[in-house]
Design a protein around this ligand. Structure first.
Ligand SMILES: [Zn+2]
Length: 484
């Protein structure tokens, strides 16, 4: 009797609940389509924005025009914008709505030195030789994320969806500095979940664990003297740099295979006949996790101390920045994958493909064109490659893995004039639209189905339960902004 009553009750519940869940699904799909349609109808304004940021080509912490352009756009579209957050003039946070859930989207917009390039040209042809260029496609990253935030906001407004959307204007990714100082200042506090993407030559939501890193300079100070007349009076700062590097190069045999150490010498003296009293070496030290980097960093500093002792020079360390390895959230990455399939891959034209193949021919790489495939999703983390300051955000709040979207022909070198070329033309813009659509639909889905938010938070809580975030950079250290 009891069993039959229970069964009847369950059946009744199902009859009541099922239409509701079907209706909810129908609403979700409708709202997502609305966001996609709005983005399709407004492609031109975001292409203009991406094109302008590409022209500005402002490097780390100099992105005044780029940040202003995006912040102004968000403000005009109903967001409240806080500019100059974390003591960085080119960092901002744009907010719309209130209360739970608080959903973030990351935007970047810094260029790389020396990569100036005419958009859409398939051979190296700088707009202005020696000037910066968008060889990592951050002009698309900034404009695409902004488009996504505005599209999601429009749906929230039209349908009274509860929650808050925040667009984080993050400068200086290329020097791994912007988000480190923003994280230290608590800018990402209060987020429930966050999404990010990056221009690429493939279409994939991926669980890549980028590696941890310290970026630092060692400065040696000695004493000048005539190189031939009285060298015994000199103490060479350049000798100290060379001895430090020799020590580090011997050390390479005795570090884990996952460690990466690379350096260059920005300052090695003025002339051979003057014993250099000032020299500077610039290092990146990396490993698969933060403790690994801390360990090797301390050993590298011992080489510097030894070099100073041997050369009777003074040494000073300037830790510019340091980041963690990336902790990608599986729940959110799966959501991006789902919505990437919902919106479909970039819609490249024949002309886009011809452009891509011509560039590939010029660069002697296989003529595969621009990828418009979405490979099967792999729910598996990978390690290796470079580092990013998004990683520090990943230890503070649940953030998706990287959504890679094709903006550049396959096989061309990254951080190059070739990427700067495609980031300023139709091929790059097509990828940017796909990224914006995927991010907007994912944000809408999170607002409408907060179980996703809760699942993402649960996963994050489990993975960080014994962890307390400590920035690699000293607490009271301010961002090192350029003087010009
Ligand atoms: Zn980048």
């Amino acid at each position: 009797m009891f069993k039959r009553k229970t069964a009847t009750f369950i059946t009744l519940c199902m009859l009541v609940l099922m239409p509701v869940s079907i209706a909810a699904q129908r609403n979700l799909d409708t709202y997502k389509h609305e966001a996609v349609t709005w983005l399709e109808n407004n492609e031109a304004q975001f292409e203009t924005a991406a094109g302008k940021i590409n022209e500005y080509a402002e490097t780390a912490f100099r992105e005044h025009k780029s940040a202003k352009l995006l912040a102004d756009m968000l403000e005009k579209n109903g967001f409240t914008v806080e500019r100059g957050v974390a003591d960085i003039p080119t960092a901002f946070v744009a907010t719309y709505g209130s209360g739970y859930p608080v959903v973030g989207i990351i935007a970047e917009y810094d260029a790389l030195p020396g990569l100036s390039q005419k958009p859409g040209v398939t051979t190296k042809d700088p707009l202005e030789p020696g000037n910066p260029g968008h060889g990592c496609g951050h002009n698309l990253f900034g404009a695409g994320s902004t488009a996504a935030a505005i599209a999601a906001k429009n749906v929230m407004k039209d349908h009274n969806l509860k929650g808050t959307i925040k667009l984080f204007g993050c400068p200086a990714e290329e020097t791994l500095a912007g988000k480190i100082y923003m994280a230290k200042a608590g800018v990402f506090d209060g987020l429930d979940i966050c999404f990010t993407w990056h221009p690429s030559s493939e279409n994939e939501a991926k669980l890549a664990k980028t590696i941890a890193m310290n970026n630092f300079e060692v400065i040696f100070r000695g004493r000048t003297a005539h190189g031939a007349g009285d060298p015994w009076n000199g103490r060479s700062a350049l000798d100290a740099v060379e001895l430090m590097n020799t020590g580090v190069n011997y050390m390479r045999e005795h570090v884990k295979p996952t460690v990466r150490i690379h350096y260059m010498i920005p300052d090695g003296g003025e002339a051979p006949n003057i014993v250099p009293d000032y020299a500077k070496v610039w290092y990146f030290v990396r490993d698969v996790d933060r403790p690994g980097v801390d360990h090797v960093y301390n050993r590298v500093l011992k080489c510097a101390e030894g070099a100073a002792l041997m050369t009777e020079t003074e040494m000073e360390v300037n830790l510019i920045t340091g980041c963690y390895e990336y902790l990608p959230n599986h729940v959110l990455t799966r959501l991006l994958d789902k919505n990437l399939r919902f919106v479909g891959p970039p819609k490249f034209t024949e002309k886009d493909q011809e452009y891509a193949k011509e560039m590939q021919r010029n660069l002697n790489v296989p003529e595969k064109g621009l990828s418009d495939e979405i490979p099967d999703y792999e729910d598996k983390e990978t390690t290796g490659g470079g580092s990013t300051d998004v990683a520090d955000v990943s230890w503070l709040v649940p953030i998706s893995g990287e959504l890679s979207i094709t903006t550049t022909p396959a096989g061309v070198p990254w951080h190059s004039w070739a990427v700067a070329s495609s980031s300023g033309c139709s091929a790059g813009f097509k990828g940017m639209h796909t990224a914006a659509q995927t991010l907007a639909t994912s944000a809408i889905e999170a607002f409408m189905n907060t179980k996703i938010v809760e699942d993402a938070k649960e996963e994050f809580k489990e993975k960080t339960k014994d962890f307390i975030y400590t920035s690699a950079v000293p607490l009271n250290q301010k961002p090192q902004l350029p003087e010009d």
